[in-house]
Write a protein that binds this ligand. Structure first.
Ligand SMILES: *Cc1c(COP(=O)(O)O)cnc(C)c1O
Length: 461
């Protein structure tokens, strides 16, 4: 009999992983979890410091979500939404409408962030065809954007490492420079800065709006790019100029949605109501795959007509609106209400901020935080902003070291990402940040830095 780890290495191809390095190294097997801790097959406990890749909100095995799924299992696990209604999907839709930005009135279910974005792109495209403006076909995207890994979502992405090799398969977009305080030439973090950054987009809209269908953005934080934060006012300004030039605004809240930025949605920080909003990761509290693409009545109504007019949106997935997932989604919203999750977040966000203010280490460069989305950039020389050579895998080394101290995190290049479950207590957040501090110090100050494939195998993107 082979061990679990052997079976994994024999048969499974892991996401974003160089398998040659994976199979050559010992790997951790997670068997169970409790609250914000993961438990391996040796019984060791680790903090889930990136929320199982940004999905988990209220901890693992939360009784309310567990119970909701069990109850739904006693009724039915799955029925199709092609031609049938299901109970949790309808109930969840109503409850979601009460918390999303006010202009959003309808939703289309799918299964993950990538499908939710694909649907937004296709609907935005078809919308203009149906409105008699067939020339409006182009999408504006932002540099460093990440919207998923399917061919359509890679087309609107801007991370060269992931996307370059597929360029022949992708549709063309107009790429605008990314707004980012860190790299912005003006003083960072002011309304003025937000205005300046959006000028580039405005120029593109002014010149090309007759052929532009939409702009797609990650609001407030480009997470997969390394937690690049946007200046205040930027998103609001995008809403103003897209309205002015009759271009749709698609907001990808897959990472930022459900409390991550301190408000329910990133849009709420700037009182923005987009034409489309995509959510996934946190929608079930991190339990089951579910996603939703929200849109305005204006979009929805444009698709109405007799069957024969062929204005239908011809798109759907087998598990769309799955009842178990929607039951988990309902339980997620119930926890937000009953445990006052958003109200309790502010103290946690402040505690993290205070702790990070003490990260005065030799190789810590920029620290970026929006709510409980945190990126700590490691640099060879902070004064000159000289990065570590990427083959040093310094981020991966720090994350590997953190495991020795009982914390599971994952880097993006040389950015250490910290995105704990919202349920983490202030004490737990401080403890996790102590581990990160210690791990950074040990790797960048105490030990000579060298390239070692073993560091990369488990944790490197
Ligand atoms: C994770 C993510 C996606 C893709 O979601 P999947 O569920 O992994 O397909 C899309 N957009 C953003 C902003 C994300 O963070």
């Amino acid at each position: 009999m082979s061990s679990i780890e052997e079976k994994d290495k024999e048969y499974i191809w892991h996401p974003f992983t160089q398998m040659q390095e994976w199979v050559a190294q010992p790997q951790m097997v997670i068997e169970a979890a409790e609250g914000i801790k993961l438990i391996d097959d040796q019984g060791n406990r680790y903090y889930d410091g990136v929320s199982s890749l940004w999905v988990n909100l209220h901890g693992h095995r939360h009784p309310v979500i567990d119970q909701a799924i069990i109850e739904q299992l006693g009724k039915v696990a799955h029925t199709t939404m092609l031609g049938l209604v299901n109970v949790p999907a309808a109930q969840l839709a109503e409850e979601l409408m009460a918390v999303v930005p006010q202009g959003l009135k309808k939703l289309f279910y799918s299964d993950d962030g990538s499908t939710a974005v694909e649907i937004g792109i296709k609907m935005a495209f078809q919308y203009w065809q149906l409105k008699g403006k067939p020339k409006k076909q182009k999408f504006i995207t932002l540099a460093n954007a990440y919207h998923g890994d399917t061919v359509g979502t890679v087309s609107v992405g801007g991370i060269d490492l992931f996307h370059r090799i597929f360029s022949a398969l992708l549709f063309e977009t107009i790429q605008a420079p990314a707004p980012c305080c860190y790299h912005c030439k003006l003083s960072s973090g002011t309304e003025l800065c937000g205005m300046a950054c959006s000028k580039e987009v405005e120029k593109i809209l002014e010149e090309g709006h007759e052929e532009i269908a939409a702009i797609i953005v990650e609001p407030l934080v480009q997470a997969a790019a390394g937690m690049l934060t946007q200046p205040p006012g930027y998103l609001k300004r995008l809403r103003e100029i897209t309205e002015k030039y009759n271009v749709l605004l698609l907001v990808d809240e897959v990472a930022t949605g459900f409390g991550r930025t301190g408000k329910m949605f990133a849009c709420d920080n700037e009182e923005v109501s987009p034409d489309f909003m995509m959510v996934a990761k946190g929608i079930t509290g991190g339990y089951l795959p579910l996603a939703a693409t929200f849109m305005t009545d204006e979009i929805y109504n444009a698709f109405l007509g007799d069957y024969a007019q062929q204005r239908t949106f011809y798109h759907g997935h087998s598990y769309t609106g799955n009842p178990l997932c929607c039951a988990a989604g309902l339980a997620n919203l119930k926890i937000f209400r009953e445990e006052k999750v958003l109200e309790n977040l502010q103290g946690k966000i402040e505690a993290a901020r205070n702790k990070l203010a003490g990260f005065t280490l030799k190789h810590v460069g920029d620290i970026r935080q929006r709510g409980l989305m945190i990126g700590i950039e490691l640099v060879e020389n902070p004064q000159e902003k000289i990065p570590f050579p990427w083959e040093m895998a310094v981020g991966a080394k720090v994350c590997k070291k953190a495991r020795e101290h009982g914390l599971i995190i994952r880097p993006i290049g040389s950015v250490v990402v910290f995105m704990p479950p919202l349920a983490s207590t202030i004490t737990e957040i401080e403890h996790m940040l102590d581990i990160i501090y210690l791990s950074i110090r040990e790797i960048t100050e105490d030990e000579p830095l060298q390239y070692d494939a073993r560091d990369v195998a488990a944790v490197m993107i």
